[in-house]
Ligand binder design. Structure first.
Ligand code: AMP
Ligand code: MG
Length: 485
């Protein structure tokens, strides 16, 4: 049934159903997906609607009813086929050809008011040919955690998918990592694409260079359109992907974020961050902090993330070399470290109050800051927030004034590393005019919000939901995250 044929019932007034869906991926043909049907749920209780995304769809939040969300993203009314995407991937270093959308599908694609193409992808919408032994469902806590991760990262300036909606679906699920039975949810993610590195890896495994070529042309047309008419567009695509991924991982590192499952099926071909399972924000600067309890060898620990992303990009060369010369792929990847370091330094300097700082002070300040964070084991986010909270023009007077009204850092004389950091920060402040202090204070405040999505914070909002079905703390937390409070 096409949209024009949609019956003139209440539903035809549903603004989500009258959006102009583009069958971009569907037009590639069924080598890339399977048509599936959504599960029917006993309940649809809308727990989260992300009104801040609606203007991007050309919709006014005030005219979109809760019922519209439920009918579209819980009951999956609508005319376009739901597509479970096929992909493989390297999981913890091992190739797995048994993947694919096992609990989700692509509901539809929409051109945003910004001209970009967006996917509505589900999570927890039922079984598909790729569910293997799984139930195709998402726990309510899993849904809550992904909503929060995406909002928090977005506000911290990380290029990320967002959640458009999340509803409770009334099933009891059994999980090894949650007290069970546990409640169920279905979530809809709005992302730039669900095409993953693993989508290409599958086609290499199947020895289908023709399908790799077709998919690559599709990716360039929709996600790298400025390259579409370049004679060496394929090499330029890979070089830009390297840059986008290097920037993304720098954003995670500066935000103190550990994704936890950096398998190649969780790496987007657009360089956007997505799929938040057992992630965590680091409590303190610990390079080996590991978020997933099943990551026994700390493969995806905090400090390994840049190297792992680089490795994943290198593995992507295998399918791409059917189309792109090896020398071009190598030249592209050779830029990764420079892109990463430059972006990480820029972002960390902003957290330290500086929009720009000249070399070599920038290098010196960054490495000394990391030493302080690692040596003192002060809260990673607390350290920067305290800088923002207590910053004063008096910090120019003498190093001992810096952070001296904060009890989260070592007292003067107690740590040589911290004292040296104060001396350096003091020296740098004195390279600026007194008039610049206001701008530094603003930069500190802008990049270091008070509310951080540490695990105890998530647990503190989950408890009222689990114990009393009280969602107020969840909404208040999102409001704080969204206002960078
Ligand atoms: P993830 O760890 O969420 O990236 O998922 C890895 C693979 O396992 C993907 O193919 C998922 O679709 C699949 N999967 C994860 N959880 C389930 C589930 N409850 N039921 C079916 N498939 C699942
Ligand atoms: Mg995944």
């Amino acid at each position: 049934m096409t949209l024009a044929e949609t019956p003139n019932t209440e539903d035809s007034l549903n603004p989500f159903l009258t959006l102009n869906y583009e069958a971009a991926l569907a037009s590639l043909g069924d080598d890339y997906y399977d048509e599936v049907k959504a599960a029917e749920f006993p309940q649809h209780i809308l727990r989260w609607r992300n009104d801040s995304l609606l203007p991007k769809l050309g919709l006014n939040p005030q005219v979109v009813k809760d019922e519209d969300f439920i009918n579209t993203f819980g009951k999956f009314q609508g005319s376009q086929p739901c597509l479970a995407l096929r992909y493989h991937g390297y999981q913890f270093g091992e190739y797995n050809p048994q993947l694919g959308d096992g609990r989700g599908f692509l509901y539809g694609q929409i051109r945003g008011t910004d001209g970009e193409l967006y996917d509505f992808g589900t999570k927890g919408s039922g079984r598909t040919p790729y569910s293997r032994g799984g139930d195709g469902m998402l726990t309510l806590k899993g849904g809550v955690r992904e909503v929060l991760a995406a909002e928090a990262l977005h506000q911290l300036g990380v290029r990320t998918s967002r959640c458009l909606s999340m509803m409770e679906t009334g099933l009891s699920l059994w999980r090894g990592d949650e007290p069970s039975p546990t409640r169920s949810s279905v979530m809809v993610r709005m992302s730039s694409s669900h095409i993953r590195f693993g989508t290409f890896e599958r086609l290499y495994f199947l020895q289908r260079p023709d399908l790799i070529q077709k998919l690559l042309d599709h990716v360039i047309e929709h996600y790298y359109p400025h390259l579409a008419h370049e004679p060496d567009k394929y090499a330029l695509f890979y070089a830009e992907l390297v840059q986008r991924v290097a920037k993304l991982v720098a954003q995670w590192m500066a935000a103190g974020f550990c994704h936890a499952v950096l398998n190649t099926d969780n790496m987007s071909i657009t360089g956007e961050s997505f799929d938040y399972g057992p992630y965590a924000f680091i409590p303190t600067y610990d390079p080996y902090f590991t978020a997933a309890y099943f990551d026994y060898y700390k493969r995806y620990c905090y400090a390994h993330q840049p190297g792992i992303c680089q490795l994943n990009l290198e593995m992507l060369q295998q399918p791409l070399k059917a189309i792109i010369p090896q020398t071009a792929l190598e030249a592209g990847l050779a830029q990764f470290s420079d892109y990463y370091s430059a972006e990480y330094q820029t972002l960390m300097l902003k957290k330290l109050g500086f929009e720009q700082l000249s070399f070599p002070e920038a290098d010196e300040l960054l490495s000394l800051t990391i030493k302080v964070l690692q040596d003192s084991q002060v809260g990673y986010h607390q350290f920067f927030y305290e800088m923002a909270r207590t910053f004063s023009v008096k910090w120019r007077d003498e190093p001992g004034c810096i952070l001296n009204s904060s009890d989260c850092v070592p007292a003067s004389g107690a740590s040589a590393i911290f004292d040296n950091w104060c001396i350096l920060y003091h020296k740098i402040l004195n390279n600026f005019d007194p008039d610049d202090m206001g701008r530094i204070a603003q930069t500190l405040a802008h990049y270091n919000p008070q509310t951080v999505l540490l695990r105890p914070v998530i647990e503190s909002i989950w408890e009222p939901i689990a114990q009393e079905d009280n969602w107020q703390p969840f909404y208040e937390l999102i409001k704080k995250l969204q206002s960078r409070d």
